[in-house]
Design a protein around this ligand. Structure first.
Ligand code: GCB
Length: 605
């Protein structure tokens, strides 16, 4: 697995991409580790008693079945795929790539196991060259399991109920403490894609700015088959303007390209042409023969940080944006291009410059758009609400961080890594755990600050000392001092000042907000009404303006961009309603207030 590297599949002279999105066959399995589907070997033939299911989508909300919505355990997907004879004839390698399958996936091609992957939100690639039929259909079967445990990221647990007067024998539930619905299924696009026998398997880009000169440092790695000779491989690199005009060219697989009077990558509001990208074209040759071509959009920008600031192209940056979710009606966490474009259109309308991919890595399609639109992204790992820390979890967490950094390292929009959200970091074990994971992430990427988001106390947080930047979540006058809006600005200012004084790091407010049911109104404002959300935001803004003058406060991110689904609970009204937009992506009253503030901040840039 993973032999094709994590380059986003792109077509070129040497590469083909075949989309497998559409309607697949689907059947529910059970909860046992060795499922009926394994015992009866469902991957050998057409699934028994199947129904239809769209890919990509969470399976939970598509139909009218509560059993399907609340399903825990195995679910089986299947379809035919078609390998072109020209791939075999040309000696191509064929990979099957899943953008994300939540949580655990087993994949078979023509009855043979192609591979496994554990962890949603991140892609995996399986070499199926030898398993496919060519110029004939092949059977593709995927078994998905959404059961969470103390060693999955995020964690979950299974609770057993032994009182047989009250519960049926063997009754148990797989539960979790994080605050969003544990949607499951094939969440992102699936493609078959080909690479030639000698191929580019990874590219790492770093950029520097020297005066008006942009420097693109690159490292291209490639794979050759055993019987080929390595020293016959060479790279030709061309850096192109969008207009297709070449601005630099070198014949090296690792080196620098200097661009005089370069156009730098800026976020929105800090430049008239934000999101400027060049195209980094790699041609890989073997002997005299051109083998592979890959084109990667790159942005030239720098990030530096100190105890008080994060500097983007040497200018202090201030983030005004959102915590978000990948979530929408019917498709759950399924990738939806319409939703993506709508969300970016709303971000532009409201004048935000940033968001955090709370609480897991988002689709690469979202990052590709953010690169172009100049949106700043805090890329968060799926480690939400970690509850206990042991060495098995640490290894899993590290491998998830590696997959995420590997996937996202070349995006100019990604300005920070967030290791986790609201872990129980007051625990003693959190100290060594976080020390180790921060060191590990820094060994993978030295060019971005490493941070996390916490809701703990600044004196007790064992992870905070290892961070470059700290996001703190607080729900003043919502979860604490409910209804006492007059306390908000004092509490925000006191709390965030103390955080900086204790930790000596740049601090931002990564979450604040109030559940608000669209259409509820009451004056004077009252919890759950639109009026209350407006007042609560307004009170926060006072504190933000004061904090900004103190020189260590680097951002405000309201919770949440839009209403989103959670598990059923008496503290949630058909999901979490802290959205500035409804789940249908229409504004609540507070959207207009936030628009005024964000546009005001934009004009200051
Ligand atoms: C938090 C969590 C977020 C929740 C939010 C809330 O602190 O980070 O996942 O949704 O609070 O609304 O309670």
């Amino acid at each position: 697995a993973g032999a094709a590297g994590m380059l986003f599949p792109r077509e070129s002279e040497s590469r083909e991409v075949v989309a497998l999105d559409g309607i697949w066959r689907f059947a529910l399995g059970g909860r046992e580790e060795v499922d009926v589907g394994f015992r009866q070997r469902w991957y050998l033939r057409e699934l028994p008693k199947w129904q239809i299911m769209p890919v990509p989508a969470s399976y939970n909300d598509v139909t009218t079945s509560a059993a399907l919505r609340d399903h825990v355990g195995w679910a089986w997907y299947q379809r035919e795929v078609f390998g072109r004879g020209r791939w075999r004839d040309g000696g191509a390698r064929v990979f099957l790539r899943f953008g994300s399958v939540h949580y655990f996936a087993c994949v078979w091609v023509n009855g043979h196991l192609a591979g496994n992957h554990s962890g949603g939100h991140l892609p995996f690639d399986l070499d199926v060259t030898a398993l496919l039929e060519y110029d004939a259909p092949s059977l593709l079967t995927v078994a998905v399991n959404n059961t969470l445990s103390p060693h999955t990221i995020p964690q979950g647990f299974t609770a057993y109920f032994n009182d047989t007067d009250m519960y049926p024998p063997g009754y148990s539930v797989n539960d979790y403490t994080f605050d969003f619905f544990n949607y499951a299924g094939i969440h992102r696009s699936v493609v078959l894609h080909t690479v030639p026998d000698v191929f580019i398997n990874d590219i790492t880009i770093n950029t520097k700015i020297i005066g008006e000169t942009g420097v693109v440092q690159f490292d291209v790695s490639y794979t050759i088959s055993e019987n080929e000779v390595d020293d016959e491989v060479s790279c030709k690199i061309t850096l192109l303007e969008e207009s297709n005009k070449a601005v630099g060219e070198v014949s090296l697989c690792e080196g620098d390209i200097m661009i005089d009077k370069a156009k730098f990558w800026w976020p929105v509001h800090m430049s008239n042409s934000p999101g400027h990208l060049y195209l980094f074209e790699v041609q890989l040759n073997h002997g005299q023969k051109r083998k592979d071509v890959y084109r990667l959009p790159v942005g030239i920008r720098t990030i530096y940080w100190n105890e008080t600031t994060v500097l983007l192209n040497n200018k202090p940056m201030y983030m005004y944006g959102f915590g978000k979710h990948e979530d929408s009606i019917l498709r759950g966490k399924g990738l939806d291009h319409t939703l993506l474009v709508r969300d970016y259109s709303l971000i532009e309308w409201i004048g935000a410059n940033s968001y955090r991919t709370s609480h897991y890595p988002y689709a690469e399609e979202a990052l590709n758009l953010a690169d172009r639109q100049g949106i700043l992204i805090i890329a968060e790992s799926p480690a939400v609400n970690l509850d206990n820390f042991d060495s098995v979890l640490l290894e899993k967490h590290k491998s998830v961080m590696a997959e995420m950094v590997n996937r996202d390292k070349n995006h100019p929009c990604v300005i920070m890594w967030s290791i986790s959200n609201e872990a129980r970091t007051q625990r003693k074990e959190a100290g060594p755990y976080y020390k180790s994971i921060v060191e590990y992430v820094k060994s993978l990427d030295k060019k971005r600050p490493v941070g996390f988001v916490t809701n703990r106390n600044m004196y007790q947080d064992k992870a905070a000392p290892f961070m470059d930047v700290i996001g703190v979540n607080r729900y003043f006058s919502w979860y604490s001092d409910t209804g006492d809006l007059e306390l908000v600005s004092r509490q925000v200012e006191a709390e965030y000042t103390k955080w900086h004084n204790v930790c000596k790091k740049p601090i931002f407010m990564s979450e604040y907000g109030a559940d608000t049911i669209s259409g509820f109104h009451q004056l004077p404002s009252f919890v759950w009404t639109e009026d209350y959300q407006v007042d609560l935001l307004h009170e926060h803004f006072k504190a933000f303006d004061n904090l900004r003058k103190k020189g260590f406060f680097i951002g405000e991110m309201v919770w949440n961009f839009a209403d989103f689904a959670t598990k059923q609970s008496v503290t949630r009204a058909q999901g979490n309603k802290k959205g500035i937009f409804t789940r249908e992506r229409q504004p609540k009253h507070a959207a207009y207030l936030l628009k005024t503030r964000y546009h005001h901040l934009a004009n200051e840039q």
